[in-house]
Design a protein around this ligand. Structure first.
Ligand code: CA2
Length: 147
């Protein structure tokens, strides 16, 4: 099994600013946590970050037939991107992650356009949420008969 982890705009800044919202863990550490979890689960994990909507859409399209699922934190694009939602709807099964609890934040963050194209989501658990999302997605895929 191969899972693509996609990090959207500004997530490359993690750990350097706004730690009260997003924690002190940087993106390289989150990716290392995901690689360790992947080894434990016996799966391959590819991690990609982009600040560009089109590159995220390209990555989702490239995952079709190559990856069994996607864990995605679309960042601020969650709240605005119909195109990213359309790409997710056409791609492998996805789980959405947000470090913060978007439902407890400003009204404009409480709506996620992308969540409706995902199997489910993990919100407000910080960096650990990525690992929980990976475990949950793998469990769903294995239940559905994937290796
Ligand atoms: O809680 C999340 O994971 C978010 O996806 C983070 C996004 C935000 O726009 C979403 O509403 C919720 C922001 C990405 C991180 O942005 C940073 C900006 C400055 C310093 C550190 C991170």
């Amino acid at each position: 099994m191969r899972i693509l982890v996609l990090h959207g705009p500004n997530l490359n800044l993690l750990g350097r600013r706004e730690p009260e919202l997003y924690g002190l863990v940087d993106l390289a550490t989150i990716d290392a946590m995901l690689q360790r979890a992947g080894q434990r689960l016996g799966i391959a994990v590819d991690c990609v970050q982009s600040n560009h909507e089109g590159q995220l859409i390209d990555a989702i399209q490239s995952a079709i037939g190559r990856c069994d699922g996607i864990v995605i934190n679309p960042g601020g694009l969650s709240h605005s991107s119909v195109s990213l939602r359309d790409a997710l709807a056409a791609g492998p099964p996805a789980l959405e992650v947000h470090l913060s609890n978007i439902h407890a934040r400003e009204p404009f963050r409480q709506r996620s356009l992308t969540a409706g194209a995902c199997l489910g989501g993990v919100y407000g658990l910080g960096a650990a949420g990525y690992v929980l999302a990976l475990e949950g997605l793998v469990a769903r895929l294995r239940d559905a008969g994937k290796a």
